[in-house]
Design a protein around this ligand. Structure first.
Ligand code: GDP
Ligand code: GDP
Length: 435
């Protein structure tokens, strides 16, 4: 279950400064899309080993013709709908404003842990001025200087301590979890329905829980897995103008809950930047990936159409292109079973564990043949290799001088692992460690 922290407040109070500070050293996942004035609004952070997601609600959709109140209303709605905890930020420089009262009253109704944060408290002088915010009727507020980071520790200690701790018992524990992700209208629902139509043993919507996705058991043709569906796909979002953003948020969460992501692309549109965003998201979360080009029935085919299409996608995802690409029609059900089989194959690849003895037996001779290039007369000697006991494939190469192994050699090693052991569709990590 993901903990989501939303930062809400008037423009200029310092929301994105805090957001960026929380994300420091960690990369924001959603990159720039057209019309978004700031390029990041969603990212991962952690405090004392507890992971959480941060949304900068002001970072989205600050369109030029948006009226101020309207903008705030959307932020509040987003926080209320999507967050587990809400940081309401005000700032001491401009002091308490009428709109702060309004926002606070709306947020309070959400019945979620709510933290009033008084920002730009850079010195003791402002500390005193901050007391005016008691007028909001809070028992406690946090003073912060987002610019220097002072005060963040106390806030985060409380924030993390208040996260819901209810252990959720997964009714589908141990089964592969697969999600179909993609832009609106690529055909996700059509494929979901095609897969589930004549499948009667359906379990949906676990009542009384705060699940943010619907999970449906698929059990047919010898395959059993759970289709993780985003709530927004079957129920239309109530805030229609934010449909795109909501669908992004929901697919982010569905992806986090899955083992394998089927990224659906519209054959009539080709691979676009939003497809790349979804791909990067799945890759950064270390999920298995299958690319499914849908609506293939609409494409005029010549001899090389499929190959050319595939090559174009492979070029775009060049940094990690050991990924299956299939051409289907959800409408005519052409090759949809193949898509399922491929997703299961990727699932198995992601679970694959290779014995240390096997790794060494196969890779050490290759490394001996092609050792890391010497740097300043120093030779790197790789002594042995082991797969780490992690849920996704990670390998440690123990050597004398790990700092001398550069990216091209790491890539060479990754390619060898892929060639020898087949990790198609699965992001893998290769580490060089001191021994
Ligand atoms: P947002 O519109 O709420 O996201 O606000 P920003 O994060 O963009 O910050 C608005 C301005 O306030 C920027 O010029 C920041 O550099 C400045 N700012 C943010 N946090 C602090 C702080 O803690 N102290 C001071 N003095 N300035 C800050
Ligand atoms: P979603 O928003 O990704 O769930 O997309 P939908 O499943 O609602 O599909 C959007 C539209 O594309 C609908 O009109 C579908 O009938 C159509 N569609 C979906 N898959 C295919 C396909 O394989 N071929 C054709 N020709 N149309 C499709």
């Amino acid at each position: 279950m993901s903990n989501i922290v939303a930062i809400v407040g008037r423009p200029n109070v310092g929301k994105s400064t805090l957001f960026n500070r929380l994300l420091e050293r960690r990369e924001a996942i959603v990159d720039s899309t057209a019309g978004v004035t700031r390029d990041r609004h969603y990212g991962k952070s952690d405090w004392n080993g507890v992971d959480f997601t941060v949304i900068d609600t002001g970072g989205y959709d600050v369109g030029s013709d948006d009226i101020f109140e309207e903008e705030i209303r959307k932020q509040v709605q987003l926080a209320v709908d999507e967050a587990t905890s809400i940081i309401f930020m005000v700032n001491v420089e401009e002091g308490l404003q009428d709109i702060d009262h309004e926002i606070y009253n709306l947020l309070r109704k959400a019945n979620k842990p709510l933290y009033l944060v008084v920002n730009k408290v850079d010195s003791a002088k402002e500390m005193l001025a901050a007391t005016e915010f008691y007028q909001l009727g809070v028992e406690k507020y946090y003073t912060l200087s987002s610019a220097t980071g002072s005060g963040t520790g106390e806030l985060l200690d409380d924030l993390v301590a208040d996260f819901p701790t209810t252990e959720y018992k997964d009714p589908f524990e141990g089964l592969p979890k697969i999600t179909i992700a993609g832009r609106p209208n690529v055909g996700k629902s059509t494929l979901t329905n095609a897969l589930l139509d004549d499948n009667r043993n359906i379990v949906t919507d676990i009542a009384g829980t705060t699940r943010d996705s619907i999970e449906t058991l698929y059990n047919k043709f010898g395959h059993e897995f759970v289709l993780v569906d985003t709530a927004g796909m079957r129920r239309k979002s109530k805030v229609s103008e934010d449909l795109e953003f909501y669908s992004v948020m929901r697919s982010i969460r569905a992806i986090e809950h899955s083992d394998v992501v089927i990224i659906m692309v519209d054959a009539t549109l080709g691979w676009e930047s939003q497809d790349m965003n979804i791909f990067s998201l799945a890759q950064k979360n270390r999920k298995g990936i299958v690319i499914v080009v849908n609506k293939w029935d609409l494409v005029e085919k010549e001899t090389n159409t499929m190959r050319d299409f595939e090559n174009k996608i492979k070029e775009k995802i060049a940094q990690f292109n050991d990924v299956p690409i299939l051409f289907v029609s959800a409408l005519t059900k052409q090759r949809i079973l193949k898509a399922v089989e491929t997703a299961m194959m990727v699932y198995e690849n992601r679970k694959k564990r290779i014995k240390t003895s096997k790794l060494n037996e196969i890779l050490l001779p290759i490394i001996e043949q092609t050792p890391p290039p010497a740097i300043k007369g120093k030779y790197v000697k790789i002594k042995y290799i082991t797969q780490l006991p992690t849920p996704v494939p990670q390998f440690a190469f123990f050597c004398n001088l790990p700092q001398y192994v550069k990216e091209p050699y790491r890539r060479f090693i990754e390619n060898q692992l892929r060639k020898q052991f087949d990790f198609t569709g699965v992001p893998i990590d290769v580490y060089f460690r001191q021994k």
